[in-house]
Design a protein around this ligand. Sequence first.
Ligand SMILES: [Zn+2]
Ligand SMILES: [Zn+2]
Length: 364
Amino acid sequence: MKTKAALFRAVGQPLEVREIELREPRPDEVLVRIAAVGICGTDLHVVKGDWDRPKPMVLGHEGAGTVEAVGEAVDGLAEGDAVVLSWAPSCGRCADCVRGRPAMCIELQRGIAAGTLPDGTTGMEADGEIVYRGTATGAFTERLTVGADVALPLGEGILLEEAALLGCAALTGVGAVLFQGRPRPGSLVLVVGAGGVGQFCVQGARIAGAAEIVCVDPLESRLEQAALLGATRTATPDTLKATMREIARDGVDVAFDAVGDPQTTALALRWTRNGGRTVLVGLPAAGERLDLDPIEFVRREKELTGSMYGSEDPRVSLPVLLEHVRSGALQLAPMVGPRFSLDDVDAAVQAALAGPPGRVIVTP
Ligand SMILES: [Zn+2]
Ligand SMILES: [Zn+2]
């Protein structure tokens, strides 16, 4: 079948919107009419050339839409169902899959590096040439076939433009707090970076009952938004020291680095109290290394860990997040930034590169 999609061909070149050939859904797949896709830092890493990926590639992995057709072996999904896409179509058999961590699946990770699904195929072509899928998804398209295990039902009453954000930023940010950092009620929390994932870390910390949530970012507009979403104090890198002095001389119980730059990780670790935990959430550019002082871990007993896709199976964490959306605790609407049509996807990418306070959304 044919669909309109945006192809990334080379760094510095505009994305090309054109018709491509899409494989019909296999027995265990569904066809989704994509309604909205958020642009994630991962897409921008590829656009900027931080990570080398096969091309042409359809980027976009934070998508939501409506099921248009289901394969004959699919249970539990029907035509017309609203779904959000998980970007972890995993093998289901390896040790990581079996313990409920599909985002770590080695076949998935190989697929992501190769621009394919975990089985090595993409199901996309243009002029007889393979078209690759960004983050094992490829959602900058009007229609997309995905495994039924990654089309997660949303139920009623949630706008697809808002639901798209659940697929990556919210699962990643809120999940990192609730399932990995696990601050206790009354804790002090620091969030480094107030992009999409950082704003969701702030919300996760509020949901977890943190007493103080400090958010640091160089952009005032993002800090204003973080304050609306639950940050009790905000700071730029220059004012962070003074802000931290106001709440705790020795640092926070749990710090999240939502950026993934070695400097932001160092900042998060620096402001973690003795015996506290630092959680790396943002992904660094390829080849980055950390320069760590062992004293932080021996004499100061800090823990440094990471969180991949919210440290939980999206099929488990998404229903938790949906409960928080329904109760009003998890706010999606303020996170929706400027919207662009698929034809204007290149302008959307440029807008996302500028780092606006809300998530840039493409509506195919
Ligand atoms: Zn993402
Ligand atoms: Zn696996």
